[in-house]
Design a protein around this ligand. Sequence first.
Ligand code: PMP
Length: 328
Amino acid sequence: SQDRIFNFAAGPATLPENVLLKAQAELYNWRGSGMSVMEMSHRGKDFRSIIEKAEADLRALLNIPEDYAVLFLQGGATTQFASVPLNLCQPDDAVDYLVTGSWGDKAFKEAKKYCKPKVVWNGKSENYVRVPSFDGLELSPNAKYLHLCANETIYGVEFKNYPVPGNPNGVLVADMSSNFCSKPFDVTKFGLIYAGAQKNVGPSGVCIVIVRKYLIGNAQEITPGGLKEVEKKNERKAGVLYNAIDESKGFYRCPVEKSVRSLMNVPFTLEKSELEGEFLKEAEKEKMVQLKGHRSVGGMRASIYNAMSLAGVEKLVSFHEGFPGKAY
Ligand code: PMP
């Protein structure tokens, strides 16, 4: 239409006009449900029908076999730079990376945190203008996977066909963010394909992962696991702090019954309440602030929400232990 422009952005990118108009029409009241897709339960049958249709359509479009899972994930393609090594190998495993541009390079650098990646070819010295010839590649015979970026968005370099991994038991992994669904390809050549949606298949906010099912379920132990992991960390932090309080022989006290002590807000008092001001002042010198209890109850309060590190709590505990007048 007249009021639309031609948007050549690399992503988030232009979307088809008819898709936008349909989304607009369905946004207010999705097919008579009386609500928009943004308001409905993600476990309810209406939303399930949407996501199941999306998956079925994608499976039909790309001919995705049953032994592949299709995942709609958050965190963009960037999160997959970490998720791939975290889920496909252990810290000592070898993996190979072909670097044909800066996205492949980023993926390699991220993988270094989680396994032993090797760059088997790097186009940087030629300013990323080509892909390697597959014949001369020295691929690792024991690499768990071979990673490549199917289309380097910044340099405009696209693989037209794909190498096979050096390890017969390894798999090919491709970042297809910027050419996903732009042409047919044989899914079965790959162990895992990932693609941020915001170029060829939709708005930003979702990353599609197509992965052979047997590759799922072997994540490294350090892989973040949602709120259960968050709870574990919080329990550990709170445990360290409550322990220090309880073992101070009454110098510090937490008035709350043990069974219902908060993992988030830890109130405590000093036996000698006249030392509280001193405690706060000294803590501040040590770069620990906001430890004063709420004005309605006084005393001290350490709030140890998710982003407070264990190191912060440990520092508070060692400060506790070293505070003048305190010896235990
Ligand atoms: N890989 C490629 C090939 C990309 O083009 C981009 C984004 N331009 C990314 C990864 C990063 O994707 P995201 O912004 O979804 O994290």
